[in-house]
Design a protein around this ligand. Structure first.
Ligand code: HEC
Length: 103
């Protein structure tokens, strides 16, 4: 009993420490899958052609809502509606956090 309480306490402490680290991290951590967007939107979302929308520095809410709309089928497009279906909402949040903080 005592031993398991000690283990629980140290696990809780470890969890608290990692939360602290995540909150201190700035800018947003780079999700490994941002590279999936680079072929079309450019490295770090810095599009090199005017026909491809730039993602770097875009408004976070805009990116998030646009991705959700593509997935929900309420926004049309040639590529993004299909592509967005491969990502979870949590991943959309990570992508929006990341691209909106790229300078
Ligand atoms: C195969 C090329 C391709 C890839 C890969 C791709 N996109 Fe796109 N993206 C497009 C095109 C083309 C559009 C314009 C809408 C359309 O036709 O689907 C677009 C539009 C967007 C828009 C709307 C931008 C605006 O200003 O209207 C967002 C946000 C976006 N993409 C995010 C992403 C993210 C995040 C990824 C990576 C997970 C990604 N895209 C990967 C081709 C791509």
């Amino acid at each position: 009993m005592k031993r398991s309480m000690l283990i629980n306490t140290s696990m809780a402490l470890a969890a608290l420490c990692s939360v602290g680290q995540a909150m201190a991290a700035s800018p947003a951590p780079t999700p490994y899958f941002v590279a999936n967007c680079a072929n079309c939107h450019g490295t770090d979302g810095k599009s090199v052609t005017p026909i491809m929308p730039k993602l770097a520095g875009q408004d976070r809410e805009f990116i998030l809502e646009t991705l959700r709309a593509y997935k929900a089928g309420t926004r049309s497009g040639t590529i993004m509606p299909q592509l967005s279906k491969g990502y979870t909402d949590e991943e959309f949040v990570q992508l929006a956090d990341y691209f909106s903080t790229v300078k």
